[in-house]
Write a protein that binds this ligand. Structure first.
Ligand code: F6P
Length: 422
């Protein structure tokens, strides 16, 4: 593969997987860093699909103000996707098409912003240059509310969902405490996170000590034990007067079945999860007779930019900038990751890590972060989690009382190639 010395060519950026409250801050980091170096950025519409379909967006048409507004705008400004690229051997046509699109638009750097599945896609693309004799550098850019990427200390997107979860647990607990004497005794909050309990764990930041909420956290890292759960709900209501439960969507019974599975699967074969809170609520009502309320914030938790963590927003921006630096420095098959050097004061920096150490791996909560009964978090978990929700990064609000979220023009680049069937 020839090595280029001058910074010629374009950079393509794409968002992938479940979006977050701060993924657009990463986009802002990418675009602003590339602009500063005089490099033109295209964005793919709906992740890798945009690259395959040659649906590209010219970000040079966006004003500086519009790009800056991405820093406080949730969702994925260019659209995202869940789409699995097969291996080069299994579907060479898709890879040839990618190279064809890259070549047609002089794309020399590809930045793929996503979780562990997307890191796998980025890794495959990073190997394309050699296999297909085209000079393309690929950098994975971290993002996921699930916080389950290997190597990095934390994932951009997580700090904000963690803050939303801790704050919501605290606020709803104040509500149920007020009502418990004559009405609701149990409140159940269901959170995302798939097979890792990081988001559920963040709820533990709402309070400390046996009587403080959340009284019970249900982690996917522990088998759901119905008897132990009900006994703890009962004991808490009898002692405290009420009980707050936070349940991860990914909890399973002893047979390994999810308590709540919607019955659908995405392109990566992941079951769609959601609905564990009503299952638990029905159990509490049937076995203990307590009045309950439950909440499933679902997309609210990962889009709650109004309650974002400043730390998270800063890290999301920083990985975007670093990704551009790495790409333009000629790196390939790496991801900018967050490295923590101190808990208090919290100190972090961004460093490159090899994509092959991250792709397709899932980082779960370590045993040392869970209390012995499996229903709470330890001091070590608090030390890890606490800095990630620090600081507020409120979006500006308009006179109508609503946040002033940005909206891009998303001007399409003229297609040069025939349509590709995939
Ligand atoms: O990938 C992050 C995540 O938010 C998971 O926590 C959740 O289970 C999943 O995405 C939902 O995915 P989708 O939006 O594709 O249904």
């Amino acid at each position: 593969m020839p090595t280029r010395t001058a910074l010629s060519g374009r950079l393509l950026y794409a968002q992938s997987g479940g979006v977050t409250a701060v993924i657009n801050a990463t986009a802002a980091g990418v675009i602003e860093a590339a602009r500063a170096k005089g490099v033109q950025v295209y964005a793919a519409r709906n992740g890798i699909l945009g690259a395959l379909r040659e649906e590209l967006i010219d970000t040079t048409k966006e004003t500086r103000t519009a790009v800056a507004a991405l820093r406080h705008t949730p969702g994925g400004a260019f659209g995202s996707c869940r789409y699995k690229l097969k291996s080069l051997e299994a579907n060479r046509a898709e890879y040839e098409r990618l190279i064809e699109v890259f070549r047609a638009h002089d794309i020399r750097w590809f930045l793929y912003n996503g979780g562990n599945d997307s890191a796998d896609t980025a890794l495959k693309i990073s190997q394309l240059g050699k296999a297909m004799d085209y000079d393309i550098r690929c950098i994975g850019v971290p993002k996921t509310v699930d916080n389950d990427l290997a190597v990095t200390d934390c994932c951009p997107g997580f700090g904000s969902v963690a803050k939303y979860t801790a704050v919501s647990t605290l606020e709803a607990s104040l509500d149920v405490a007020s009502m418990a004497n004559t009405s609701t005794k149990v409140f159940i909050l269901e959170v995302m996170g798939r097979h890792a309990g990081w988001i559920a764990a963040a709820a533990g930041l709402a309070g400390e000590g046996a009587d403080a909420p959340p009284h019970i956290i249900l982690f996917p890292e522990r088998v759901f034990d119905e008897q132990a759960f009900l006994a703890k709900v009962k004991a808490t209501v009898e002692r405290v007067g009420w009980c707050t439960v936070v349940a991860s969507e990914g909890i399973r019974n002893a047979e390994g079945q999810f308590l709540a599975e919607a019955g659908t699967r995405d392109a990566f074969g992941h079951s769609q999860l959601g609905g564990v809170a009503p299952v638990l609520a029905a159990l509490v009502k049937e076995k203990l007779g307590y009045k309950y309320h439950w909440a499933l914030p679902d997309y609210l938790q990962r889009s709650a930019r109004h309650l974002a963590s400043k730390t998270d927003a800063e890290q999301a921006y920083a990985v975007g900038q670093a990704a551009v630096d790495y790409a333009l420095a000629g790196m390939n098959a790496v991801m900018p990751v967050i490295v923590r050097s101190s808990d208090a004061p919290y100190r972090w920096k961004v460093e490159p890590a090899a994509l092959h150490k991250i792709a397709n791996r899932e980082k779960k909560m370590p045993g040392s972060f869970l209390t012995r009964d499996g229903f709470g978090i330890t001091a070590a978990a608090r030390r890890y989690l606490a800095p990630l929700i620090q600081g507020e990064a409120h979006p500006p609000h308009g006179r109508d009382g609503l946040p002033m979220y940005g909206r891009l023009k998303n001007t399409s680049v003229t297609k040069k190639l025939p349509t590709f069937e995939h």
